[in-house]
Design a protein around this ligand. Structure first.
Ligand code: ADP
Ligand code: MG
Length: 343
């Protein structure tokens, strides 16, 4: 946080909203009315509209002791864009609502919005509204993302068919191990504030935790390659949990192969150092925000040379259950140990 501190009470709610509005540029033709009226107006003409919302509470979903506010703003937008991407849609607008206490200065709010605006620019979406309130304790954030998809191209969780190929983008487990490293450094810092965090060798996985990217790039590429996934979900709670969602919604079974799971070397090395199995981090860790989807065998040729799409298994019949073939060729059940915020 910068040294200058301007109290939010000096601006008041409307002053703050004006400031947010002034710093917001609109880019999408579909945004007819943005911030400043009683409701935003969005025109998606003949396309279907997708809406997704998230509520994030300080101390439950994020920890400001290692999460810089600009990163939090970016992540907030990215995870909502990821939900739209997971429907094979293109995000076009967001609203952001904030509940904030006098613990935060105007400079802190500016940092948060710096991240929000950077993500909006990156994903080409417009901030078109929100709500602002004081909060008696922690920071409360809520984001609603709006997107669109041509009729017939929506990829839900329920469309996977027997013999489809299971695909996942990027790599898995990094965000979870990045969080473990950050938690460890926080403990070190609490014990001895003189100690500076040693994060260089964990840069990739820490980045995966602090600055995840929504895979909008993949949604655009799938369109270009003429592939509509038969089902899709984003990996927010962990691969195992997401696979079970698809299996349940599609009424199918699943078989994946441990040796096909995409895991970065830094994830492996850090897992080894912390005594956490990399496969466990990849299957049960969360927050990677990669896309998990199924395609029909006919589409394999179109995707097979894509460097960032990995083929990890097949869709089976419901009676086959959800299994992973381990490196030792044992069959183990896939389990869901997603993030559980309700303790
Ligand atoms: P209302 O009383 O109708 O809720 P507000 O004064 O709360 O109106 O909001 C005025 C305008 O500013 C609306 O367009 C609203 O969407 C927008 N707005 C309010 N808070 C935020 C925010 N935190 N971020 C972006 N837009 C906001
Ligand atoms: Mg309001």
């Amino acid at each position: 946080m910068t040294e200058k501190r301007t109290e939010l009470s000096d601006l008041g709610e409307f002053g703050l909203i004006d400031r947010i509005a002034t710093n917001t540029k609109l880019e999408n033709e579909s945004t007819v009315v943005g911030i400043g009226d009683d409701a935003a107006v969005i025109n998606h003409s003949d396309k279907q509209t997708l809406v997704s919302t998230d509520l994030l509470l300080e101390g439950i979903h994020f920890d400001l002791s290692y999460m810089p506010l600009a990163h939090l703003g970016y992540k907030l937008v990215a995870v909502n864009v990821s939900d739209i991407a997971a429907m094979n849609g293109i995000a076009s607008q967001i609203t952001v609502s904030i509940g904030i206490s006098n613990r935060f200065s105007l400079e802190a709010v500016d940092e948060l919005y710096k991240g929000i605006h950077a993500a909006c620019e990156n994903y080409k979406i417009d901030l078109v509204g929100g709500d602002t309130s004081s909060s008696s304790s922690g920071l409360v954030l809520s984001v609603t993302a709006v997107g669109y998809c041509e009729k017939g191209k929506v990829a839900s969780r329920s469309g996977a068919k027997k013999d489809d190929i299971i695909c996942v983008t990027g790599d898995l487990g990094g965000a979870y191990l990045g969080l473990q490293v950050l938690e460890r450094e926080k403990q070190v810092f609490l014990t001895n504030p003189e100690m500076q965090p040693q994060l260089d060798k964990y840069d990739y996985i820490v980045q995966r935790q602090l600055k995840p990217e929504a895979r909008m790039d993949i949604v655009h590429e799938l369109r270009e390659m003429g592939v509509i996934p038969s089902s899709m979900i984003d990996v927010s709670d962990g691969l195992g949990s997401e696979l079970l969602h698809i299996a349940k919604s599609s009424k199918i079974g699943i078989q994946i192969y441990e040796d096909k799971l995409p895991i970065d070397k830094q994830t492996y090395d850090t897992g080894y150092e912390l005594g956490i199995d990399a496969t466990t981090a990849a299957t049960n860790g969360g927050e990677d925000y990669e896309l998990l989807f199924t395609i029909s065998q006919d589409d394999y040729e179109k995707l097979k040379n894509h460097s960032d799409i990995h083929f990890i298994g097949y869709v089976k019949e419901s009676k086959d259950g959800c299994k992973m073939v381990t490196k030792q060729e044992n069959l183990v059940d896939i389990t869901a140990q997603g993030w559980n915020h309700i303790n």
